[in-house]
Ligand binder design. Sequence first.
Ligand SMILES: [Zn+2]
Ligand SMILES: [Zn+2]
Length: 221
Amino acid sequence: MLSEVFYSECLFCKQKISFTDLICEVCFNNFERITFSCHKCGYPLESDYIICRNCFQARFYEKIMVSYWYNYEMRTLLKYYKFHYGFKNLKIFERLLSGLCIEDNYHIVTPVPVYISRRLVRLIQPAYYLSKIISKKFGIPYKTLLKRVRFTEYQWKLKRNLRIKNIKGAFECMDDVKGLKILLVDDIITTGATINECARILKKSGAKRVDIFCLSKGMFL
Ligand SMILES: [Zn+2]
Ligand SMILES: [Zn+2]
């Protein structure tokens, strides 16, 4: 009787699942793990090339870890998350991060910030919660280091060369980061222009090393 009442539906296939879950086991397997990455920096690649495009340009981060492709399931989940914040979502993100292995000792984990007016629209920032989960899981202190100081057009609306221009000077570092090893976190990257700009600012402010963790990688069109 109780189990009849306390169930919910899988976000994708509508199958009955435990009320504490958001996605069923079968659909969870549709999140697509990234298999190939740049041998130098770890940037996700569609096939096994050796070096990524970013390694031929000015790259300010050392290493990047990205777990999944931004496929239909990931897009749906991140969209759903924006409007339905709750423990189920945190649980699914914890689960998505369960295979994550962080070897280095970082001084701080910090999210890529969202512009303030956009933050009002998007009250829920996945990058913030992902940073919090990583902080708890690996015992890395959490701190907000970066602030958006300039409005920028959505990166996905722009072509590659315009993305770099669009994002330049959009961030400021609010804290003393001299000599620190920092893990910067975001929910999605497309070309890496935003995270690279964040890394540039952190390095310019004295950070010793900046690595990136990102939940998903969108296909670059
Ligand atoms: Zn399902
Ligand atoms: Zn690379």
